[in-house]
Ligand binder design. Structure first.
Ligand code: PLP
Length: 421
C-alpha cells in the first residue's frame, strides 16, 4: 500500500463544506419537502451570453472539419487573445508576452505554489479564499502548528477586520517571502484602495517579497478610484504576479479560462527573472487552455461581449444591493457587496455574546432555510461573520431576502441582540 501524503491530513477546506452539507442533510432528513436557497456558493448562475456562446459553437464546428481542425494550441495562449487581454484589461500597461493564458485562476494558484516550492514563508489575508493556504499546505509549506493563532508557522495571517479597515498595519507585520492578496476580496467583499496597494508594493519592495495578486473579482469594481490591476501601481511589475479569470465575469466557471501575468521585470534574489520558470511550469503541468474556451474568451473581450458581460455582472451587483438593502434596513452591519459579489455580515461579539459564526449559520439555516457560509471557515478573523453570495437568479435572491427578513424579525438570536443594545 502507498502512504498518504502526510500534508493532506493538515487540510481544513473540505471539512468546512462537508460540515455545511451535514447540517443541510440533518434538516432535510427531518423534512425532505424543505426548499433550501443557497447563498453559500461562489458559482455563477446566469447562462453564458449569446454572442460568447456562438463564438464557442463556431470554434467547435471548425474543429470538426478537416480544414479547420487544430490540435494543441500555442503553449501560453492564442497570440490574439493575449493581445486582447493586454488591450482591454490593462490598456496596454502589460506586455502581451507577459500574459500566460490558462485553464483558470484556481489552477494558476496551485502552479504558483509549484513555482515557489515549500521553503518560503507566506503572508495571507485572514479570512481568505482557502486555495492560497491549502496549496501551500499540500506542498508542505507549514512548519509547526501555532495553536494560539490556529495557523501553521510558515503561514502568517494578515487579519482583516472592520477596525483596521480590512487592511493591516504593515509596520507590525513580519517579513515574508510571498504575500497572497485578493481584492475585491473573497470572502469579505471589501476592496483595497490605491494607497493601500501602493503601501503593499512598497512593503514588498523593501522586504524583497513577491505579491501574488488574485484579481478575479475586479470586473465587479464600479468605483473608478479603485485599481483594476496591481500594475496600475508604480513599481508593481518588479514585485507582483497577477492572476485573473473569465469565470465570474463571463460565467466560465465550467468552461475554464483565465490567465496569469508574470512580468519580465520580476526577479529572484539572485537577479534572474522568474518568467522562464513560469513558462517551464506551465508547459509541464498542462498543455494550454482549450481552443474552444479561448474562442469564447476572445468574444467576451470584443465590443458586444463586453456589453453582455457587463450586464451580467450588473445583475449580480443588483442582487448584492437587494441583500444589502434588506439586511441594513434591519439594522445589521454589512461589509462588501458594492464592488464585489460577496457580503460580509457582522454579528459583533458584544451584541451576540457567546455565539459563533457556526451558531448563527445554523440558526439562519434552520429558521429561514437559507444556506450561508460561517465566516470562521475562511480563517480565524472570520469569526462572528457570515458570508452571503450574490450569485443567483433574481427571484431566488428576492425570496432569500424575504426569508432573511423574517428570520431577523423572529429569531431568538436577534431578539437577544436587540435587547443587549
Ligand atoms: N480566486 C478566488 C478569490 C475565487 O473566489 C475563485 C473561485 O471562486 C477562484 C480564484 C477560482 O477561479 P477560477 O474559476 O478561474 O479557477
Amino acid at each position: 500500500m502507498v502512504a498518504r501524503n502526510s500534508h493532506l491530513e493538515k487540510l481544513k477546506g473540505t471539512y468546512l463544506f462537508s460540515q455545511i452539507d451535514s447540517y443541510k442533510k440533518k434538516l432535510l432528513d427531518k423534512d425532505p419537502s424543505i426548499q433550501l436557497i443557497s447563498l453559500g456558493t461562489g458559482d455563477t448562475s446566469e447562462p453564458i451570453t449569446p454572442h460568447i456562446t456562438q463564438a464557442m459553437v463556431t470554434e467547435c464546428q471548425r474543429l470538426g472539419t478537416l480544414e479547420g481542425y487544430r490540435g494543441y494550441g500555442p503553449d501560453f495562449g492564442l497570440p490574439q487573445l493575449r493581445k486582447k487581454i493586454s488591450d482591454v484589461h490593462y490598456k496596454g500597461l502589460v506586455d502581451p508576452e507577459d500574459i500566460y493564458v490558462s485553464d483558470g485562476a484556481g489552477c494558476d494558484i496551485a502552479r504558483w505554489q509549484m513555482l515557489f516550492g515549500a521553503q518560503h514563508t507566506l503572508a495571507v489575508q485572514d479570512p481568505s479564499y482557502p486555495a492560497y493556504v491549502d496549496n501551500g499546505v499540500i506542498m508542505g509549506q507549514t512548519g509547526t502548528f501555532d495553536a494560539d493563532k490556529k495557523i501553521y508557522k510558515k503561514i502568517v495571517p494578515l487579519a482583516m477586520r472592520p477596525d483596521n479597515n480590512f487592511f493591516c498595519d504593515l509596520s507590525t507585520i513580519e517579513k515574508t517571502d510571498i504575500i497572497a492578496l485578493c481584492s475585491p476580496n473573497n470572502p469579505t467583499g471589501t476592496t483595497l484602495n490605491r494607497e493601500q496597494f501602493q503601501q503593499l508594493v512598497d512593503f514588498a519592495k523593501s522586504n524583497q517579497s513577491i505579491i501574488l495578486y488574485d484579481a478575479v473579482y475586479t470586473p465587479f469594481i464600479r468605483d473608478k478610484s479603485i485599481p483594476q490591476s496591481i500594475y496600475e501601481i508604480p513599481g508593481a511589475k518588479e514585485v507582483a504576479i497577477e492572476c485573473h479569470s473569465f469565470s465570474k465575469s463571463a460565467g466560465f466557471t465550467g468552461v475554464r479560462l483565465g490567465w496569469s501575468v508574470v512580468p519580465k521585470e520580476l526577479k529572484y534574489d539572485d537577479g534572474t527573472p522568474v518568467y522562464p520558470d513560469w513558462q517551464r511550469i506551465s508547459t509541464t503541468s498542462f498543455n494550454g487552455a482549450s481552443l474552444i474556451s479561448q474562442a469564447g474568451g476572445l468574444a467576451a473581450l470584443d465590443e458586444k461581449g463586453l456589453q453582455e458581460t457587463k450586464a451580467q455582472v450588473d445583475h449580480y451587483l443588483m442582487n448584492a444591493k437587494i441583500l444589502r438593502d434588506t439586511l441594513s434596513g434591519l439594522g445589521f452591519t454589512i461589509y462588501g457587496g458594492e464592488n464585489a459579489p460577496y457580503l460580509w455580515l457582522h454579528f459583533p461579539k458584544a451584541d451576540y455574546p457567546g455565539l459563533t459564526s457556526w451558531d448563527i449559520f445554523e440558526d439562519i439555516l434552520n429558521r429561514s432555510h437559507v444556506v450561508t457560509i460561517p465566516g470562521s471557515g475562511f480563517g480565524p478573523a472570520g469569526e462572528n461573520f457570515i458570508r452571503l453570495s450574490a450569485f443567483g437568479h433574481r427571484q431566488k435572491i428576492l425570496d432569500a431576502a424575504k426569508r432573511l427578513k423574517n428570520w431577523a424579525e423572529t429569531s431568538p438570536l436577534n431578539l437577544q441582540a436587540t435587547a443587549s443594545k
